[in-house]
Design a protein around this ligand. Structure first.
Ligand SMILES: NC(=O)c1ccc[n+]([C@@H]2O[C@H](COP(=O)([O-])OP(=O)(O)OC[C@H]3O[C@@H](n4cnc5c(N)ncnc54)[C@H](O)[C@@H]3O)[C@@H](O)[C@H]2O)c1
Length: 375
């Protein structure tokens, strides 16, 4: 009999649904070293929670995350709530000696993220942050090709994360537009993904510039006629320098009309280039110097030899967004079994937050800022 791990997940909407699907599916497709048990789903509204527990397949529900920490039968705490609750939940989970899996960005501020890292280190518990795009097979393949030296020494990273869901000025002031809940706007929400991909594929960022812009500064409060202040950025732009000598740009916006989840990067090296776009996530654009007829080609990343793909369908039978979460929990479960720290973990979360912090400082000072070192 394989060991069982009881999961408690907090938050039951967008990420709650995506994580539930991942916990439910992972054992149906991959040979797992340990079996996750979808034990408790947690939130604040009992009626909604009951529905979510039934729909997603959780054994129990609870309206108190604090009470979960007292339970000896909970092994993993999976945090799918807005950023303002990440620190209290993660620190309590670490103190209760639970494994902590937390959505990105790790916290709303660098200080909170550091406290979370201190707590998991102090309590010697496993930790992981859900920068799930590392686990798109095409992104994992890009990393393999870069590591093998196929595109040579990297000169450029160009990361753009473009959405358009708040172009309408009457779109309500939801929690993602409130600094107290979200920490920042496009910066923490989506530039953080581009930063994680940059760190995963190119290496550490050492210096940044920053430009933050809010186009609509007041929006209707949901369900009312009154307006409330928008105190986060709608768009975030930055030039970056990498430790390796590469240079890059990162642009994240929720005002790119027509773009839905256009998470794209292009990397140019001395021998070739690689480009990826989440909206075409089964494909990797690859250019390598091969004589006079060389040019960009599109690799369909669905063969059994491609990362994660042997577990899914025959070649050409594509996979989707939700699989990135399934692959993430797969690697978390493997790491737990092997007693190895998975990546990206809270150290990566803090390093990411240091870049976000440097971009905010750069935007305020209108000067290049150094990215702090990990303590
Ligand atoms: N990895 C990704 O690609 C990705 C995508 C979207 C969101 N996220 C991250 O996931 C987290 C959640 O975002 P979401 O889109 O699922 O939000 P959401 O609004 O869809 O859901 C948030 C959930 O948290 C619950 N909640 C809020 N405050 C709480 C509290 N104090 N205690 C208990 N429950 C609370 C809400 O009731 C809701 O169920 C955020 O950190 C966000 O940045 C990550």
């Amino acid at each position: 009999m394989r060991k069982k791990l009881n999961i408690a997940m907090i938050g039951y909407r967008f990420m709650g649904k995506a994580h539930s699907n991942a916990w439910r599916q992972v054992g149906h497709f991959f040979n797992l070293p340990v079996d996750p048990v979808m034990k408790v789903i947690c939130g604040r509204n009992e009626q909604e929670l009951k529905k979510a527990a039934e729909a997603f397949g959780w054994e129990e529900y609870s309206v108190s995350w604090e009470r979960l920490m007292e339970r000896k039968d909970i092994d993993v705490v999976d945090i799918c709530t807005p950023g303002d609750s990440h620190r209290p939940i993660a620190v309590a989970a670490a103190e209760a000696k639970k494994i902590v899996f937390c959505e990105k960005p790790l916290a709303n501020t660098l200080g909170e993220a550091q406290q979370m890292l201190d707590a998991v280190r102090r309590n010697s518990v496993m930790h992981m942050v859900c920068f799930n795009y590392r686990r798109a097979p095409a992104v994992a393949l890009a990393r393999q090709l870069i590591t093998e030296g196929r595109i040579g020494n990297i000169c450029h990273y160009r990361g753009t994360y473009l959405q358009d869901w708040i172009v309408d000025p009457n779109f309500p002031r939801v929690w993602r537009l409130e600094k107290a809940k979200a920490g920042s706007g496009a910066l923490g929400d989506i530039a953080s993904h581009s930063i994680d991909l940059a760190r995963y594929l190119v290496g550490e960022i050492t210096e940044t510039t920053g430009l933050l812009k809010t186009f609509v500064t007041e929006r209707p409060l949901p369900g009312t006629n009154s307006k409330a202040l928008v105190d986060v950025d709608d768009a975030a732009l930055s030039l970056v320098r990498f430790e390796s000598g590469a240079v890059g740009s990162i642009e994240a916006t929720r005002f790119a009309a027509g773009r839905k989840n256009f998470n794209r990067f292009e990397i140019n090296g001395s021998k070739g280039s690689i480009a990826f776009n989440l909206e075409r996530m089964n494909e990797l654009e690859l250019y390598v110097e091969e004589g006079p007829n060389s040019g960009f080609k599109t690799v369909l990343v669905t063969n059994a030899r491609h990362p994660y793909m042997a577990a899914w369908w025959p070649p050409g039978h594509i996979i989707g967004y939700e699989h990135t979460f399934t692959h993430t929990v797969l690697d978390l479960l493997k790491a737990i079994d092997e007693q190895k720290l998975p990546t990206p973990n809270f150290e990566d979360g803090v390093r990411n937050q240091k870049v976000l912090d440097a971009i905010e400082r750069a935007a305020a000072s209108q000067k290049w800022q150094v990215v702090g070192q990990l303590a």
